[in-house]
Design a binder for this molecule. Structure first.
Ligand SMILES: [Zn+2]
Length: 416
């Protein structure tokens, strides 16, 4: 088909007015002036989206869709540790029915708001079904947790089994499966070690919450602070289950061999200069979640520094346990105000598309509108679209209500 609109944002090149996409067999075959494509290509269905703007589908680089039903139950939070303790206390009350309903609601919300690809962490496995049924692209990461070193072997083999079963369920979809060691403070050192070993043996992608809070930094380095005094006892532990060597969370994971190009580190609020060097050295990607960080009062990630460092950086909403909406437009809008002139709308829209795709190792297939890439495309109707600053118009005005079309792999999955 030929798809045209008033303005097309390829992301990898400047905005183009009166430009169309030629899409065949799920692939973008050409990007060119509408008049020329209509003249040169015959027999293709043609659809004009009028005044809309066409861009690549959004990539939500960090979610926990199975927690969507916790909306409004854990916020506001007084501190990261208080929030985590309340989530921990709630978890035993959440069953498969809750996770299924949450995952479906979350996946539908993503699709309606313009997300075509998602990196989702699941403990229950519930999110894969709805994402597959809706036709979304992405990676579903099996979560691994466990502070008892005695249980490390059992936890890892259970996770391996879960990854295998998710991978079977994912066949015939646009989803792949990865592993998510939850965070440096929530797995024992032997379990992190085993995760690193599994990741070396396999080629699956991985994601980890890293350097999210000052509490994490104090706990990993010194074995002290609210994680040691409040969170550990809540899971029946009374001493850290890692060696206390004064390391940063990043240096700790580096020592265990977890850093690699296949790893996406989420949050990255508290990274020192040497941490950043380690991440660059190993080619680790980042996913930032500004609103979640603000709700959990953990600080503000130095995004301008990351963008200047040429790391791969995506944007995520995190779950509704620590955020108000799953909208990446809301996330961009918040970040624009938060970074107040130090990050541009263009950088934010790029993070929400090509940046996320790169962070997930998928930039060769998606993230921009270029011939040869898969046709993951969205169109938005914006009331006051400024042709000179379309990124600014999008970040300031776009919402779920603006999305008029959402296409994944050449298939229209949603129309307003
Ligand atoms: Zn998370």
């Amino acid at each position: 088909m030929i798809l045209s609109a008033r303005l097309l944002l390829p992301i990898s090149s400047p905005p183009r007015p009166d430009t169309s996409l030629l899409i065949r067999d799920g692939i973008i075959r050409a990007v060119g002036p509408t008049s020329a494509l209509l003249r040169d290509v015959s027999g293709e269905p043609y659809e004009s989206l009028g005044n809309a703007v066409i861009l690549p589908g959004l990539v939500n680089a960090h979610t926990h869709l199975e927690l969507t039903g916790l909306h409004g139950r854990l916020l506001p939070a007084r501190s990261f540790t208080e929030w985590a303790a309340r989530l921990l206390a709630l978890r035993p009350t959440l069953d498969r029915t809750f996770f299924d309903a949450s995952s479906l609601e979350g996946a539908e919300t993503l699709l309606r708001s313009g997300v075509t690809c998602v990196a989702d962490i699941t403990s229950s496995g519930a999110s894969l079904g709805p994402l597959k049924a809706l036709g979304l692209r992405g990676i579903v990461f099996q979560e691994v947790l466990g502070l008892d070193p005695e249980q490390a072997a059992g936890r890892l083999s259970a996770a391996e089994e879960a990854v295998r079963s998710l991978a079977l369920e994912a066949s015939g979809s646009l989803l792949s499966v990865g592993l998510s060691p939850h965070a440096p403070y929530s797995l024992s050192e032997p379990l992190l070690d085993r995760c690193a070993d599994l990741l070396r043996r396999s080629s699956i992608p991985a994601t980890v919450h890293l350097a999210e809070s000052p509490e994490e930094v104090a706990y990993i380095g010194l074995g002290l602070g609210p994680i040691a005094s409040d969170l550990l006892p809540a899971v029946g532990r009374h001493a850290p289950s890692h060696r206390i060597l004064g390391e940063s969370p990043t240096a700790f994971l580096a020592r265990l061999g977890l850093l690699s190009e296949r790893l996406m580190a989420v949050h990255a609020v508290h990274l020192g200069g040497s941490d950043l060097e380690l991440l660059k050295q190993h080619g680790v990607a980042l996913a930032l979640c500004p609103r979640s960080n603000s709700h959990l009062r953990v600080g503000t990630a130095p995004l301008p520094r990351y963008l200047a460092s040429r790391l791969r950086v995506g944007l995520g909403t995190d779950s509704l346990a620590s955020n108000e909406t799953l909208s990446l437009w809301d996330e961009m809008r918040f970040a624009l105000a938060l970074y107040d002139g130090t990050v541009t709308p263009q950088q934010l829209v790029t993070m929400g598309t090509l940046g996320g795709a790169s962070a997930l190792g998928m930039a060769a297939e998606i993230g921009s509108l270029e011939p040869g890439k898969r046709a993951d495309v969205i169109a938005l109707a914006i009331d006051h679209l400024d042709d000179v600053d379309p990124y600014g118009s999008l970040v300031r005005q776009a919402s779920e209500k603006s999305v008029v079309l959402s296409m994944v792999d050449g298939k229209v999955l949603y129309r307003a």
